[in-house]
Design a protein. Sequence first.
Length: 236
Amino acid sequence: MREAIPGADVIVVPAELVAAPPGLVVTDVDATLVTSEVIEELAALAGTLEEVARITAEAMDGRMDFAESLRRRVATLAGLPVAVFARVLDSLAPTPGATALVASVRRAGGVVGAVSGGFEEVVGPLAARLGIDHETANRLEVSGGALTGRVAGEVVTAEVKVRELRRWAALHDVPLERAVSIGDGANDVPMLRAAGLGIAFCAKPSVRARIADAVSLRSLAPLVEVLGLGRPAFTP
């Protein structure tokens, strides 16, 4: 494994991805596919933004167990009406170049997956809007039309992200050497290491120290050319 170069944007495309475009691209969602952290958008409506932002920063930098951090953050959302999901979804801005990257991968015959420590109630509609083939995210428990402050079912951890990468690759008969993963947080590192090419996108310092291939420009558009998918015709 190559060592990361502090402060440098370097992507070394392996031979398998030079010979053919990626068959699978899997991306994190919060602060990667979209510009914001969905849980912080929800926390702003619940009046708990400062507390949630602090916990998010610790978790994404690897200073707190992700599952524990998620439960603590979700607990602050208790009582929010489910109607807030539509409001948050409408406010989300895709990262510049996200639409171009997804379209370019699919046009080249590949598939795109989104795997998120965020929430299915937002990630599902977002993935459909962007034309993403597969998505996995947490679900929030609801009772009486309001959030209970608990996660329903399995928490999407770093291990789940790797599992989904491998599952989608197998489903589409794509060797992992021809898979690309993109993410910014500590819980993305195993997924970044499992793919043929893992890209740390505007990542936290602890992630940049562990992942050699990195982009600090907050745009996914350059990856269209880097991955041999041509030049993006548009960059929204």
